[in-house]
Ligand binder design. Sequence first.
Ligand SMILES: [Zn+2]
Length: 419
Amino acid sequence: MVREFSRNVDSFKAQSNSGENIRFEKVRKNVWRLYSKSHKEIKISYQLYAYELTVRSCFVNNEQAYMNGAALFMYAEEFKNMPSDLKFVPHRDWKEISTGLPTKNSDKWHRTAENYDQIADAPVVLGNQEILTFDYKGIPHYIAMVGKAEYDGEKIKRDFYKIVDQCTKIFGENPVKDYTFIIHNLPVGSGGLEHMNSTSMMNSRKNYSDDKGYTNLLSLAAHEYFHLWIVKRVRPLELGPFDYENEVYTRQLWFYEGFTSFYDDYIVYRAGFFTEEEYLDVIKTNLKTVLNTPGDKIQSLSDASFDAWIKYYRQNENSKNSTVSYYTKGGLVAAAMNFDMINATKGEKSLDDLMKYLYVDHYKKLGRGLTDMELQNVFETVSGKDYDSFFENIFMERSLFLMRNILIWQVSPLNVLMV
Ligand SMILES: [Zn+2]
Protein backbone atom coordinates (compact mmCIF):
# COMPACT_ATOMS: atom_id res chain seq x y z
CA MET A 1 0.00 0.00 0.00
CA VAL A 2 1.24 3.49 -0.78
CA ARG A 3 1.15 5.00 2.72
CA GLU A 4 1.46 8.73 1.92
CA PHE A 5 3.66 9.45 4.93
CA SER A 6 4.15 13.04 3.79
CA ARG A 7 0.71 13.83 5.23
CA ASN A 8 2.42 14.07 8.63
CA VAL A 9 4.91 16.74 7.52
CA ASP A 10 4.52 20.44 8.29
CA SER A 11 6.60 23.62 8.85
CA PHE A 12 8.94 22.76 5.98
CA LYS A 13 11.83 25.21 5.72
CA ALA A 14 14.98 25.46 3.59
CA GLN A 15 18.00 27.64 4.43
CA SER A 16 21.50 28.24 3.15
CA ASN A 17 24.40 27.75 5.57
CA SER A 18 24.49 31.49 6.14
CA GLY A 19 20.90 31.35 7.36
CA GLU A 20 19.28 32.83 4.27
CA ASN A 21 15.84 31.40 3.46
CA ILE A 22 15.66 29.49 0.21
CA ARG A 23 12.51 29.74 -1.84
CA PHE A 24 10.61 26.49 -2.33
CA GLU A 25 7.28 25.29 -3.60
CA LYS A 26 5.42 22.07 -3.11
CA VAL A 27 4.87 20.41 -6.47
CA ARG A 28 3.29 17.10 -5.48
CA LYS A 29 1.84 15.59 -2.31
CA ASN A 30 5.32 14.44 -1.31
CA VAL A 31 7.69 16.58 -3.39
CA TRP A 32 9.19 19.96 -2.51
CA ARG A 33 11.11 21.90 -5.16
CA LEU A 34 13.91 24.25 -4.00
CA TYR A 35 15.23 27.24 -5.93
CA SER A 36 18.68 26.76 -4.53
CA LYS A 37 20.74 28.66 -7.13
CA SER A 38 24.40 28.34 -6.28
CA HIS A 39 24.09 27.23 -2.66
CA LYS A 40 26.65 24.57 -1.85
CA GLU A 41 24.98 23.57 1.39
CA ILE A 42 21.33 23.55 2.22
CA LYS A 43 19.63 22.92 5.52
CA ILE A 44 16.15 21.48 5.37
CA SER A 45 13.98 21.33 8.46
CA TYR A 46 10.47 20.11 9.02
CA GLN A 47 8.21 18.85 11.74
CA LEU A 48 6.67 15.43 11.71
CA TYR A 49 3.54 14.43 13.56
CA ALA A 50 4.42 11.04 15.05
CA TYR A 51 1.69 9.24 16.91
CA GLU A 52 1.02 6.01 15.03
CA LEU A 53 2.49 2.91 16.65
CA THR A 54 2.76 0.32 13.87
CA VAL A 55 5.67 -1.57 12.33
CA ARG A 56 5.92 1.01 9.54
CA SER A 57 5.21 4.40 11.17
CA CYS A 58 6.66 6.83 13.74
CA PHE A 59 5.56 7.28 17.34
CA VAL A 60 6.75 9.61 20.08
CA ASN A 61 5.52 9.84 23.67
CA ASN A 62 7.12 10.38 27.06
CA GLU A 63 8.69 6.90 27.00
CA GLN A 64 10.10 6.49 23.52
CA ALA A 65 10.80 7.91 20.10
CA TYR A 66 10.24 5.18 17.54
CA MET A 67 11.14 5.88 13.94
CA ASN A 68 10.85 4.16 10.60
CA GLY A 69 13.01 5.85 7.98
CA ALA A 70 10.55 5.73 5.10
CA ALA A 71 7.97 7.53 7.28
CA LEU A 72 10.44 10.13 8.53
CA PHE A 73 13.33 10.96 6.24
CA MET A 74 13.11 12.82 2.94
CA TYR A 75 15.61 12.30 0.15
CA ALA A 76 16.89 14.24 -2.82
CA GLU A 77 16.59 11.97 -5.84
CA GLU A 78 20.16 12.69 -7.06
CA PHE A 79 21.67 11.83 -3.67
CA LYS A 80 19.67 8.72 -2.88
CA ASN A 81 22.65 6.42 -3.36
CA MET A 82 25.07 8.49 -1.30
CA PRO A 83 26.04 7.69 2.29
CA SER A 84 24.45 9.54 5.22
CA ASP A 85 25.24 10.36 8.82
CA LEU A 86 22.41 10.31 11.33
CA LYS A 87 22.80 12.05 14.67
CA PHE A 88 20.11 11.38 17.23
CA VAL A 89 19.51 13.78 20.09
CA PRO A 90 17.55 11.94 22.77
CA HIS A 91 15.55 13.40 25.64
CA ARG A 92 17.98 13.87 28.56
CA ASP A 93 16.34 11.02 30.53
CA TRP A 94 16.72 8.50 27.73
CA LYS A 95 19.76 6.27 27.79
CA GLU A 96 19.25 3.70 25.07
CA ILE A 97 19.09 3.46 21.30
CA SER A 98 18.23 0.31 19.35
CA THR A 99 18.66 0.06 15.59
CA GLY A 100 20.42 -2.04 12.96
CA LEU A 101 22.31 1.01 11.63
CA PRO A 102 26.08 0.89 12.33
CA THR A 103 27.64 3.39 14.75
CA LYS A 104 30.24 5.97 13.83
CA ASN A 105 33.27 6.80 15.99
CA SER A 106 31.91 4.44 18.67
CA ASP A 107 29.22 7.04 19.41
CA LYS A 108 25.95 5.17 19.82
CA TRP A 109 23.91 8.30 18.99
CA HIS A 110 25.79 8.69 15.73
CA ARG A 111 24.82 6.23 13.01
CA THR A 112 25.66 5.85 9.35
CA ALA A 113 23.96 4.49 6.27
CA GLU A 114 25.40 3.63 2.87
CA ASN A 115 22.37 4.95 1.03
CA TYR A 116 18.75 5.95 1.52
CA ASP A 117 17.57 2.34 1.25
CA GLN A 118 19.53 1.46 4.36
CA ILE A 119 17.96 4.39 6.27
CA ALA A 120 14.49 3.34 5.16
CA ASP A 121 15.23 -0.24 6.12
CA ALA A 122 16.35 0.31 9.71
CA PRO A 123 13.81 1.20 12.41
CA VAL A 124 15.22 3.11 15.41
CA VAL A 125 13.93 3.37 18.95
CA LEU A 126 15.20 5.77 21.62
CA GLY A 127 14.15 5.48 25.26
CA ASN A 128 14.92 3.39 28.31
CA GLN A 129 14.07 0.01 26.85
CA GLU A 130 15.68 -3.07 28.37
CA ILE A 131 18.06 -4.63 25.87
CA LEU A 132 18.46 -8.41 26.11
CA THR A 133 21.65 -9.54 24.43
CA PHE A 134 22.80 -12.96 23.28
CA ASP A 135 25.55 -14.21 21.04
CA TYR A 136 24.86 -16.62 18.19
CA LYS A 137 28.14 -18.09 16.93
CA GLY A 138 29.91 -14.75 17.15
CA ILE A 139 26.95 -12.69 15.92
CA PRO A 140 25.57 -10.34 18.61
CA HIS A 141 21.78 -10.31 18.85
CA TYR A 142 19.89 -7.54 20.65
CA ILE A 143 16.28 -7.75 21.79
CA ALA A 144 14.93 -4.28 22.60
CA MET A 145 11.96 -4.67 24.96
CA VAL A 146 9.91 -1.52 24.58
CA GLY A 147 6.96 -1.06 26.93
CA LYS A 148 6.29 -2.70 30.27
CA ALA A 149 5.68 -6.43 30.43
CA GLU A 150 6.31 -9.28 32.85
CA TYR A 151 8.76 -11.46 31.01
CA ASP A 152 11.65 -13.72 31.91
CA GLY A 153 14.61 -12.19 30.05
CA GLU A 154 16.84 -15.26 30.41
CA LYS A 155 14.16 -17.51 28.97
CA ILE A 156 13.52 -15.18 26.04
CA LYS A 157 17.23 -15.11 25.20
CA ARG A 158 17.44 -18.91 25.35
CA ASP A 159 14.31 -19.37 23.25
CA PHE A 160 15.23 -16.78 20.62
CA TYR A 161 18.64 -18.42 20.31
CA LYS A 162 16.93 -21.69 19.37
CA ILE A 163 14.82 -19.92 16.74
CA VAL A 164 17.90 -18.22 15.25
CA ASP A 165 19.72 -21.54 15.25
CA GLN A 166 16.92 -23.43 13.48
CA CYS A 167 16.65 -20.72 10.79
CA THR A 168 20.39 -20.60 10.20
CA LYS A 169 20.69 -24.38 9.92
CA ILE A 170 18.29 -24.42 6.96
CA PHE A 171 20.51 -22.08 4.92
CA GLY A 172 23.87 -23.23 6.23
CA GLU A 173 25.09 -19.73 7.02
CA ASN A 174 23.89 -16.52 8.61
CA PRO A 175 24.11 -13.35 6.48
CA VAL A 176 24.30 -10.70 9.25
CA LYS A 177 27.06 -9.19 11.41
CA ASP A 178 24.56 -8.25 14.12
CA TYR A 179 20.82 -8.39 14.53
CA THR A 180 18.26 -6.30 16.43
CA PHE A 181 14.73 -7.36 17.42
CA ILE A 182 12.63 -4.34 18.40
CA ILE A 183 9.65 -5.66 20.36
CA HIS A 184 6.86 -3.32 21.38
CA ASN A 185 4.96 -4.86 24.28
CA LEU A 186 1.42 -3.53 24.03
CA PRO A 187 -1.98 -4.19 25.61
CA VAL A 188 -2.92 -5.73 22.26
CA GLY A 189 -0.57 -6.16 19.34
CA SER A 190 0.54 -8.48 16.58
CA GLY A 191 2.54 -8.41 13.37
CA GLY A 192 6.09 -7.63 12.37
CA LEU A 193 8.18 -6.19 9.59
CA GLU A 194 11.42 -7.66 8.31
CA HIS A 195 14.62 -5.72 7.61
CA MET A 196 18.19 -6.46 6.46
CA ASN A 197 19.56 -6.92 10.00
CA SER A 198 16.63 -6.11 12.25
CA THR A 199 12.91 -6.43 12.71
CA SER A 200 10.13 -4.47 14.33
CA MET A 201 7.48 -6.54 16.11
CA MET A 202 4.24 -5.68 17.89
CA ASN A 203 3.43 -8.06 20.73
CA SER A 204 0.60 -8.40 23.26
CA ARG A 205 2.20 -8.19 26.68
CA LYS A 206 -0.09 -10.94 28.00
CA ASN A 207 1.70 -13.37 25.63
CA TYR A 208 4.44 -13.85 28.22
CA SER A 209 2.06 -15.51 30.65
CA ASP A 210 0.19 -17.64 28.16
CA ASP A 211 1.65 -20.72 26.43
CA LYS A 212 -0.23 -20.22 23.18
CA GLY A 213 0.51 -16.51 23.17
CA TYR A 214 4.18 -17.20 23.80
CA THR A 215 4.47 -19.63 20.87
CA ASN A 216 2.74 -16.96 18.76
CA LEU A 217 5.54 -14.56 19.71
CA LEU A 218 8.18 -17.17 18.84
CA SER A 219 6.45 -17.85 15.50
CA LEU A 220 6.50 -14.15 14.74
CA ALA A 221 10.20 -13.93 15.62
CA ALA A 222 10.88 -17.00 13.44
CA HIS A 223 8.88 -15.46 10.59
CA GLU A 224 10.79 -12.17 10.59
CA TYR A 225 14.14 -13.88 11.09
CA PHE A 226 13.49 -16.36 8.24
CA HIS A 227 12.87 -13.32 6.02
CA LEU A 228 16.59 -12.47 6.44
CA TRP A 229 17.15 -15.00 3.67
CA ILE A 230 13.76 -15.29 2.02
CA VAL A 231 12.60 -11.90 0.70
CA LYS A 232 15.29 -9.61 2.11
CA ARG A 233 17.95 -11.40 0.05
CA VAL A 234 16.27 -14.02 -2.15
CA ARG A 235 13.44 -11.93 -3.62
CA PRO A 236 11.23 -11.35 -6.65
CA LEU A 237 13.17 -9.60 -9.41
CA GLU A 238 10.64 -6.75 -9.54
CA LEU A 239 11.18 -5.72 -5.90
CA GLY A 240 14.43 -3.90 -6.45
CA PRO A 241 15.81 -1.32 -6.60
CA PHE A 242 13.18 0.15 -4.30
CA ASP A 243 10.58 2.47 -5.71
CA TYR A 244 9.18 4.50 -2.80
CA GLU A 245 6.48 6.20 -4.81
CA ASN A 246 4.72 3.65 -6.97
CA GLU A 247 3.09 0.27 -6.63
CA VAL A 248 5.53 -2.44 -7.70
CA TYR A 249 3.77 -5.54 -8.96
CA THR A 250 4.84 -9.08 -8.25
CA ARG A 251 3.04 -12.43 -8.55
CA GLN A 252 5.39 -14.17 -6.12
CA LEU A 253 4.25 -13.09 -2.63
CA TRP A 254 2.50 -16.47 -2.12
CA PHE A 255 6.04 -17.90 -2.10
CA TYR A 256 7.93 -15.34 0.02
CA GLU A 257 5.16 -14.72 2.54
CA GLY A 258 3.35 -18.06 2.26
CA PHE A 259 6.42 -20.26 2.54
CA THR A 260 7.79 -18.05 5.33
CA SER A 261 4.45 -18.50 7.14
CA PHE A 262 4.84 -22.26 6.77
CA TYR A 263 8.38 -22.11 8.12
CA ASP A 264 7.58 -19.87 11.10
CA ASP A 265 5.47 -22.55 12.81
CA TYR A 266 7.65 -25.36 11.46
CA ILE A 267 10.74 -23.74 13.03
CA VAL A 268 8.94 -23.32 16.35
CA TYR A 269 8.04 -27.04 16.15
CA ARG A 270 11.60 -28.02 15.26
CA ALA A 271 12.97 -25.90 18.09
CA GLY A 272 10.85 -27.96 20.48
CA PHE A 273 8.12 -25.48 21.40
CA PHE A 274 5.23 -27.37 19.78
CA THR A 275 4.40 -31.01 20.27
CA GLU A 276 3.62 -32.88 17.06
CA GLU A 277 -0.06 -32.69 17.90
CA GLU A 278 0.05 -28.94 18.56
CA TYR A 279 1.86 -28.39 15.29
CA LEU A 280 -0.69 -30.42 13.34
CA ASP A 281 -3.42 -28.38 15.01
CA VAL A 282 -1.82 -25.23 13.59
CA ILE A 283 -1.93 -26.67 10.07
CA LYS A 284 -5.48 -27.88 10.65
CA THR A 285 -6.59 -24.41 11.76
CA ASN A 286 -4.97 -22.84 8.70
CA LEU A 287 -6.65 -25.39 6.44
CA LYS A 288 -10.03 -24.66 8.02
CA THR A 289 -9.47 -20.92 7.66
CA VAL A 290 -8.75 -21.13 3.95
CA LEU A 291 -11.49 -23.64 3.16
CA ASN A 292 -13.98 -21.43 5.02
CA THR A 293 -12.94 -18.32 3.08
CA PRO A 294 -15.37 -17.85 0.19
CA GLY A 295 -12.75 -15.75 -1.62
CA ASP A 296 -10.61 -18.87 -1.97
CA LYS A 297 -12.88 -19.80 -4.88
CA ILE A 298 -12.60 -16.37 -6.44
CA GLN A 299 -8.95 -15.28 -6.22
CA SER A 300 -5.86 -17.27 -7.25
CA LEU A 301 -2.69 -17.11 -5.15
CA SER A 302 -0.92 -15.28 -7.91
CA ASP A 303 -3.69 -12.66 -8.16
CA ALA A 304 -3.75 -12.31 -4.36
CA SER A 305 -0.10 -11.32 -4.62
CA PHE A 306 -0.51 -9.00 -7.58
CA ASP A 307 -3.48 -7.14 -6.08
CA ALA A 308 -2.12 -6.94 -2.52
CA TRP A 309 -1.82 -3.17 -3.07
CA ILE A 310 -5.54 -2.66 -3.43
CA LYS A 311 -7.05 -5.77 -1.85
CA TYR A 312 -5.05 -7.41 0.97
CA TYR A 313 -3.94 -4.07 2.39
CA ARG A 314 -7.26 -2.33 1.85
CA GLN A 315 -9.79 -4.78 3.19
CA ASN A 316 -13.48 -4.07 3.43
CA GLU A 317 -16.71 -5.96 4.14
CA ASN A 318 -16.40 -7.84 0.84
CA SER A 319 -12.81 -9.02 1.31
CA LYS A 320 -13.74 -12.44 2.72
CA ASN A 321 -15.91 -13.04 -0.33
CA SER A 322 -13.42 -11.99 -2.95
CA THR A 323 -9.89 -12.52 -1.63
CA VAL A 324 -7.74 -15.14 0.03
CA SER A 325 -4.63 -14.61 2.17
CA TYR A 326 -1.41 -15.44 0.32
CA TYR A 327 0.11 -15.93 3.76
CA THR A 328 -2.24 -18.66 5.00
CA LYS A 329 -2.97 -20.36 1.69
CA GLY A 330 0.64 -20.01 0.57
CA GLY A 331 1.67 -21.67 3.85
CA LEU A 332 -0.58 -24.65 3.15
CA VAL A 333 0.84 -24.99 -0.33
CA ALA A 334 4.32 -24.96 1.22
CA ALA A 335 3.37 -27.75 3.65
CA ALA A 336 2.07 -29.84 0.76
CA MET A 337 5.09 -29.02 -1.41
CA ASN A 338 7.39 -30.19 1.34
CA PHE A 339 5.77 -33.62 1.27
CA ASP A 340 5.65 -33.65 -2.49
CA MET A 341 9.38 -33.02 -2.71
CA ILE A 342 10.15 -35.60 -0.04
CA ASN A 343 7.97 -38.05 -1.93
CA ALA A 344 9.38 -37.22 -5.39
CA THR A 345 12.96 -37.65 -4.20
CA LYS A 346 12.30 -40.64 -1.92
CA GLY A 347 13.34 -38.65 1.09
CA GLU A 348 16.52 -37.24 -0.46
CA LYS A 349 15.29 -33.66 -0.74
CA SER A 350 12.81 -31.40 1.01
CA LEU A 351 11.83 -27.73 1.03
CA ASP A 352 14.91 -27.05 3.16
CA ASP A 353 17.09 -27.93 0.16
CA LEU A 354 15.06 -25.61 -2.03
CA MET A 355 15.52 -22.75 0.45
CA LYS A 356 19.24 -23.35 0.68
CA TYR A 357 19.55 -23.58 -3.10
CA LEU A 358 17.76 -20.25 -3.53
CA TYR A 359 20.12 -18.53 -1.12
CA VAL A 360 23.43 -20.18 -2.05
CA ASP A 361 22.98 -20.88 -5.75
CA HIS A 362 20.78 -18.00 -6.78
CA TYR A 363 21.15 -15.01 -4.45
CA LYS A 364 24.83 -15.40 -3.65
CA LYS A 365 25.86 -16.13 -7.22
CA LEU A 366 23.65 -13.70 -9.12
CA GLY A 367 22.92 -11.06 -6.48
CA ARG A 368 19.52 -10.29 -7.94
CA GLY A 369 15.92 -11.40 -7.62
CA LEU A 370 14.09 -14.17 -9.45
CA THR A 371 11.63 -14.05 -12.34
CA ASP A 372 8.50 -16.22 -12.07
CA MET A 373 10.05 -18.74 -14.47
CA GLU A 374 13.31 -18.87 -12.53
CA LEU A 375 11.40 -19.63 -9.35
CA GLN A 376 9.68 -22.55 -11.08
CA ASN A 377 13.02 -23.75 -12.47
CA VAL A 378 14.50 -23.86 -8.97
CA PHE A 379 11.66 -26.11 -7.78
CA GLU A 380 12.37 -28.41 -10.72
CA THR A 381 16.15 -28.37 -10.36
CA VAL A 382 16.05 -29.27 -6.68
CA SER A 383 13.37 -31.97 -6.91
CA GLY A 384 14.06 -33.30 -10.42
CA LYS A 385 10.31 -33.14 -10.97
CA ASP A 386 8.19 -31.26 -13.50
CA TYR A 387 6.21 -28.55 -11.71
CA ASP A 388 4.44 -27.09 -14.75
CA SER A 389 0.97 -28.02 -13.57
CA PHE A 390 1.75 -26.93 -10.01
CA PHE A 391 2.72 -23.45 -11.18
CA GLU A 392 -0.25 -23.36 -13.52
CA ASN A 393 -2.42 -24.02 -10.47
CA ILE A 394 -0.75 -21.27 -8.48
CA PHE A 395 -1.24 -18.79 -11.26
CA MET A 396 -4.64 -19.85 -12.55
CA GLU A 397 -6.50 -22.01 -10.10
CA ARG A 398 -8.69 -20.42 -7.50
CA SER A 399 -9.95 -23.01 -5.08
CA LEU A 400 -7.62 -24.85 -2.75
CA PHE A 401 -9.86 -27.90 -3.25
CA LEU A 402 -9.33 -27.70 -6.98
CA MET A 403 -5.57 -27.72 -6.62
CA ARG A 404 -5.89 -31.48 -6.76
CA ASN A 405 -2.34 -32.40 -7.47
CA ILE A 406 -1.37 -30.48 -4.39
CA LEU A 407 -3.69 -30.79 -1.49
CA ILE A 408 -6.28 -33.48 -1.94
CA TRP A 409 -3.60 -35.85 -3.05
CA GLN A 410 -1.42 -34.79 -0.19
CA VAL A 411 -3.86 -35.01 2.66
CA SER A 412 -3.16 -38.67 3.27
CA PRO A 413 0.67 -38.49 3.16
CA LEU A 414 0.38 -35.51 5.46
CA ASN A 415 -1.53 -37.58 7.97
CA VAL A 416 0.66 -40.63 7.55
CA LEU A 417 3.90 -38.74 7.88
CA MET A 418 2.93 -36.38 10.60
CA VAL A 419 0.46 -38.29 12.74
ZN1 LIG B 1 6.38 -11.87 6.24
